[in-house]
Ligand binder design. Structure first.
Ligand code: BGC
Length: 375
């Protein structure tokens, strides 16, 4: 063979191998779970990274620190895979710089006004970390602790069981709370998260998941062209510190209305500060129901979110300002969006909102399903 052809043939060979790794078209793949070291926390705890791969080649990378989804690879309409979640490069950045990228959030997702609430006649004072309010579990919430991990092969797909025991008084909350979160990457192309929690003293619980999605790819710019549908006729208006006023208002005729698919950016200028609101889901009887659907026109990727929760926080990445970088990208304003299934913010202080109280002998449960496809 003439030597001048060798480089050309090598490139062709590399491209072939590369595309077979990248595309799901190269035959059925085996599901797998791989474990590797990710790093250490400041106080010396080991953090592991688990890679879950389903039979279609979808891949979720999850670390034991905060139960964070650090990467999620899903195909577009041509079968091309991309990582669709924002993330950091190491444990230190997740601990110090990340605005809750990909994390499990608890004991209370979202805000509790002034970090105070009264339960059974006792006033509790929580850690405050968002001005004078409590946000996402406090200074050291469930996103900043190392969870115990147990990989599992289930008949639905590879799974990772994470457990954490939050002690009585942690961040000011009453009761020892035992929590389990199971991530399953199903062979139907769903990322499922099922939560359970039990307490030994009455407490409040509102767990959620905080991935920042960009269905064009985590490094593909802003999400304003994504088309969003929210299965919600009402939302909970907020004050200037994003604490609900207690009202439940219809979305009809306002820029909050996503009952039929609308580009996120089409009316965002009319919403002070951008979207950062809790929507009241139309289905709120605790059964698994469609809450949201998002379509990215350039790649055709679709994500549907199903939940058993009564609410969903739609956050349009308003506070991203280019100061957080990760995985080779710089994350600017609106480069990712969050859809956090939840009970309503500040519920412990709003008697007209569904209760978030968990008592001894009861079991908290929640199921979130992120279903991926392309069209
Ligand atoms: C909240 C935002 C907050 C963000 C933190 C979201 O869940 O709604 O107000 O800034 O989390 O990254």
């Amino acid at each position: 063979m003439k030597t001048k052809y060798v480089p050309i043939l090598s490139v062709v060979a590399i491209l072939f191998v590369f595309s077979c790794n990248e595309l799901a078209m190269c035959g059925e793949k085996k599901m797998s779970i791989k474990k590797q070291a990710f790093g250490k926390t400041e106080d010396g705890k080991n953090v592991d990274l688990y890679t879950l791969t389903n039979t279609n080649g979808l891949k979720a990378e999850i670390i034991t620190y905060g139960g964070i989804v650090t990467s999620l690879q899903v195909p577009d309409r041509n079968g091309k895979f991309a990582d669709i979640v924002l993330g950091c490069d190491n444990v230190n950045d997740y601990a110090k710089k990340s605005p809750y990228f990909g994390a499990l959030i608890g004991r209370y997702g979202n805000r509790i006004a002034k970090g105070k609430f009264t339960l059974d006649g006792v006033e509790y004072t929580l850690a405050t970390n968002d001005g004078q309010n409590h946000l996402h579990g406090g200074i050291k919430g469930f996103d900043k602790v190392v969870w115990n991990a147990e990989p599992m092969q289930t008949d639905k797909g590879p799974a990772l069981k994470l457990t954490y025991r939050s002690r009585d008084g942690e961040e000011g909350y009453p009761g020892n709370l035992s929590c389990t979160a199971i991530y399953t990457l199903t062979n139907n192309n769903e990322l499922k998260i099922s939560y359970e929690a039990e307490t030994d003293k009455a407490t409040v619980v509102n767990l959620t998941h905080h991935s920042y999605f960009n269905l064009g790819g985590h490094n593909s710019g802003d999400i304003l062209g994504h088309e969003l549908m929210l299965n919600a006729d009402h939302f909970t208006p907020v004050d200037k510190d994003l604490i609900p006023t207690g009202e439940i208002k219809p979305v009809k005729g306002t820029p909050m209305d996503f009952t039929s698919p609308m580009a996120i950016g089409s009316r965002i200028e009319q919403v002070q500060g951008g979207y950062d609101h809790n929507y009241v889901l139309n289905s709120s009887d605790g059964s698994l129901a469609l809450a949201a659907s998002v379509y990215e026109p350039k790649t055709g990727r679709v994500m549907e979110i199903y939940t058993t929760e009564p609410g969903i926080q739609f956050y349009s990445g308003n506070f991203l300002d280019g100061s957080v970088k990760g995985k080779g990208a710089v994350y600017n304003k609106h480069n990712g969006f969050c859809l956090e299934t939840q009970h309503f913010p500040d519920s412990p202080n709003k008697s007209n909102f569904p209760s978030v109280v968990l008592k001894p002998g009861e079991k908290y449960t929640q199921l979130i399903v992120h279903k991926f496809s392309a069209r």
